[in-house]
Design a protein around this ligand. Structure first.
Ligand code: ZN
Length: 445
């Protein structure tokens, strides 16, 4: 029985993650994601009516036609977490495989919503929920395990498959957060135990490999948010905070700071409603009763009129649009097309970093210029990342001791930087640390 690691997507870009692991004549697929900058853009994306082959053509979803030559059984589609660059292509690709989708309860809920909003394809693969710490038998030879981790969306896991040849760790996306704001810390104990049972291969996260040191805890981001928001404590100005709508821990910190400042927190945007609503329904987060969530354009316009009438100093607005996406709430506020206008001295807090690609850079430049022209005060990069940095990855490799390392979640630059880290830890390039391009398979004997 040999093992093949097939790089389907996410090996030449940060986005559209998908890896297939072949164990003899059986296969496990990890993630089916969107490439967010190839569709107009980010969390408000509407691809429901597009055909998968068209989406493959524009590079928006992984080109899984490379799996057409595989004659064995696909035994599971395993999803690590609910970000769209990991699950956003499920509704376009999963129906091509006679296999269940397996994810943690929060991720499963996001997947079910994606599938329900799909117009083009009928996806009726069963969706099974597996909690972190639990195991699931995919076939007599392959057992799946979910190891708890922290990232920037609730209920994230590092999936592991246990095979007769040893274990294979799918290490996307993770951070070693010892003081998380939501949920429990990464299960370091279990990761260390893995090294006792021969980890044949680890697919690892290159995203922040060029950042020296360690990614700070989300509790540091909470302090940054608190500190920055209190800049407006005694001022009669508007405060607008924009962040990732799926980053429930961050939204919790922002809401708590608003409460302390006696401002009513108001969440605006379709995706804010979707993610926060799901997290609240599932008991993952409890927000105070006075938090307003307005997903529809009508609801949004109504509350903005009310804020205008009652005084913006009584509210704290949390909205989408940190990347300057066209159509997002902050972009429209800056354009002056909503009932509430930005005023001089209003605080605009970006609790996110700019995703480094030319399209988002251009959008952000345009957004910031408009806000500056209206005299707003910009507070940027009030944020810590959800991806581990170089030293976090050192720790992961050190704990798990994999025989082979395959960097993913990045372009050639990022994956090469990961290979260099592995070399510094005694691995040898192309012998036991491997760089794959989309479409290639690494066979381990
Ligand atoms: Zn992610």
């Amino acid at each position: 029985m040999d093992i093949g690691i097939k790089a389907v997507g996410g090996y030449e870009e940060v986005g559209k993650n998908m890896t297939a692991v072949r164990v003899g004549n059986e296969m496990v697929i990890f993630d089916m994601g969107l490439n967010l900058d190839r569709v107009q853009i980010h969390e408000e994306t509407q691809t429901e009516r597009m055909h998968s082959l068209d989406l493959i053509d524009i590079g928006a979803i992984p080109d899984d036609t490379i799996l057409n030559s595989f004659n064995g059984n696909v035994v599971g589609i395993v999803c690590s977490h609910g970000h769209l660059d990991h699950v956003g292509a499920i509704s376009k690709l999963a129906h091509r495989y006679d296999a269940p989708i397996i994810a943690t309860p929060f991720t499963a809920e996001i997947i079910k919503k994606e599938i329900r909003s799909e117009v083009k394809f009928k996806v009726d693969n069963p969706v099974y929920e597996l909690e972190s710490g639990q195991h699931y038998l995919l076939s007599p030879d392959i057992e799946l395990e979910f190891i708890r981790t922290q990232h920037s969306i609730p209920d994230c896991v590092l999936p592991v498959i246990h095979t007769p040849k040893g274990a294979i760790l799918y290490g996307l996306d993770f951070k070693l957060d010892r003081r998380p704001v939501l949920g429990e810390e990464t299960d370091v104990k279990r990761l260390k135990e893995l090294s006792d049972e021969n980890v044949v291969a680890a697919i690892v996260d290159s995203t922040n490999i060029q950042d020296e040191g360690k990614t700070p805890s989300e509790s540091i981001a909470r302090e940054m948010v608190w500190d920055t928001l209190h800049e407006a404590e005694n001022e009669d100005v508007g405060v607008f905070v924009t962040t990732f709508s799926s980053h429930i821990a961050r939204i919790k910190s922002i809401v708590e700071a608003a409460e302390e400042m006696n401002r009513r927190p108001v969440l605006l945007g379709r995706s804010m409603e979707r993610y926060t609503g799901t997290a609240e329904e599932m008991g993952i987060v409890t927000l105070p009763d006075n938090v307003g969530i307005y997903g529809s354009p009508q609801g949004r316009d109504q509350i903005l009129r009310k804020i205008k009438k009652e005084g913006r100093e009584n509210y704290l607005i949390i909205c989408t649009g940190h990347q300057g996406e066209p159509g997002a709430t902050l972009t429209r506020l800056a354009d002056g097309t909503l009932p509430l206008k930005i005023k001089e001295r209003d605080h605009i807090v970006f609790s996110a970093k700019v995703i480094p690609n030319p399209l988002t850079r251009a959008n952000r430049y345009s957004l910031e210029t408009k806000l500056n022209m209206q005299g707003a005060r910009l507070f940027k990069n009030v944020h810590v990342s959800g991806h581990g940095s170089k030293q976090d990855n050192y720790d992961l490799i050190d704990m798990v001791q994999p025989d082979h390392i395959i960097p993913a979640h990045g372009d050639l630059n990022l994956n090469s930087a990961y290979a260099e880290l592995a070399e510094s830890m005694g691995y040898c390039f192309s012998e036991d640390v491997h760089i794959l391009r989309n479409g290639q398979e690494l066979v381990l004997g």
